[in-house]
Design a protein around this ligand. Structure first.
Ligand code: 9MR
Length: 352
């Protein structure tokens, strides 16, 4: 039993109130009790979040850590189009509401993900043939209904996800093909109408370093700002892999977007490796997590970091990249890894 759990049990048994007990992480490795990632991030005016997913809601030990350690969450799948509009014009927000309800009960802010993406679309949408007018109406209705349902309840929306290719050209999606590049500005405007207070983001992977893809985003958001299209932030997913090297230009890249008058955030951080994990790889991984954290902390408008779930038990990596994994700050048994302590130390150093 961890220190905190032992303390909680003891306190509950004595009928006492937990209010004055500092939340602490596991202590088996001698790091001692400390404040949570969420609390440490809050001391720097940022959040530290984790994605989660509905099937995980049966795992109480998992939920205990999620609710205790993080002060922001993102639904990994629940708000995607296939889940929220499974039939045309028929909306279902049950799964998203379940995650949002958990967030609210645990005082976590909620990053809503995502309104427009080329993946995980419902069959009715991908199998249909649509004129531009029809698709524009479908897109507008989807964005309006979904963003309106969550109006006033979410911190931010990833309005358009993964709109560009690696070389900085527009990704050839149903939306781009049918509507042209203007679908992005339209989506932002419709989302703003439906929920004027949510921070509106564009979000993508392989955006961490300065390069053709991040240059394309830089040019796009600059032009959107010039046209007064409502855009508040850019999300850098941060799906990193030890074998591909650390994105050394991350801090300067975050800064140049911030300098356009935007918020930036690390939205889906994980650092995968070729399995098996060993002490050396885990140490490198820990350094990368610390370095990403420090990069965000060095940029005033970097508002927070989200890991793409917090435990290797529920990572998306092994199913997609055969032979890779161990990407998250907690292991499969929900024990903190070196990465967890490295993030904590980086936050602590900045929050003093
Ligand atoms: O974590 C999500 C996983 O459960 C889904 O199977 C997958 C389907 O593509 O999407 C994962 O989340 C993705 C996110 O929505 C966008 N960026 C990449 C993430 C990992 O694939």
């Amino acid at each position: 039993m961890s220190y905190r759990h032992a303390l909680a049990a003891l306190t509950a048994a004595a009928g006492l109130v937990l209010a004055s007990v500092p939340a602490s992480a596991a202590t088996a490795d001698g790091h001692g009790p400390g404040r949570t990632l969420g609390e440490l991030a809050a001391a720097t005016h940022r959040y530290f979040g984790s994605a989660t997913d509905n099937p995980e809601f049966t795992d109480q030990a998992y939920l205990d850590i999620l609710g205790r350690e993080f002060d922001s969450t993102t639904a990994g799948n629940a708000l995607k189009w296939y889940a929220t509009e499974p039939q045309q014009g028929v909306f279902d927000f049950t799964q998203g509401d379940q995650v949002l309800d958990f967030a609210r009960r645990h005082n976590m802010s909620f990053r809503a993900h995502t309104l427009v993406w080329h993946n995980q679309l419902p069959d009715w949408l991908t199998s249909g043939t649509w004129t531009a007018d029809q698709l524009r109406a479908i897109l507008k209705n989807h964005i309006t209904q979904e963003a309106r349902h969550y109006r006033g309840k979410v911190y931010s929306w990833d309005v358009v996800n993964e709109a560009f290719n690696e070389d900085g050209t527009y990704r050839d999606t149903l939306f781009y093909r049918t509507l042209g590049p203007g679908y992005i500005a339209d989506a932002l405007r419709w989302a703003h109408q439906a929920d004027p207070h949510a921070k509106l983001y564009l979000n993508d992977y392989n955006l961490e370093a300065v390069g053709p893809k991040s240059d394309a985003y830089y040019a796009l958001v600059k032009s959107l700002k010039a046209q007064h299209v409502p855009i508040d932030g850019v999300g850098f997913q941060g799906h990193l892999a030890l074998q591909y090297g650390y994105p050394d230009t991350l801090r300067q890249n975050l800064q140049r977007f911030a300098d356009l008058g935007l918020d930036v955030a690390i939205t889906e951080l994980d650092v995968r490796m070729i399995l098996p994990a060993d002490a050396e790889k885990l140490a490198t991984q820990a350094k990368w997590y610390a370095d990403v954290t420090k990069a965000c902390l060095a940029v005033r408008r970097c508002v927070g970091i989200t890991v793409w779930d917090y435990t290797d038990k529920y990572s998306w990596i092994p199913a997609v990249f055969t032979g890779e994994g161990a990407a998250l700050p907690y292991d499969e048994n929900l024990a903190p890894k070196p990465a967890y302590y490295a993030i904590r130390d980086a936050l602590k150093a900045a929050g003093r």
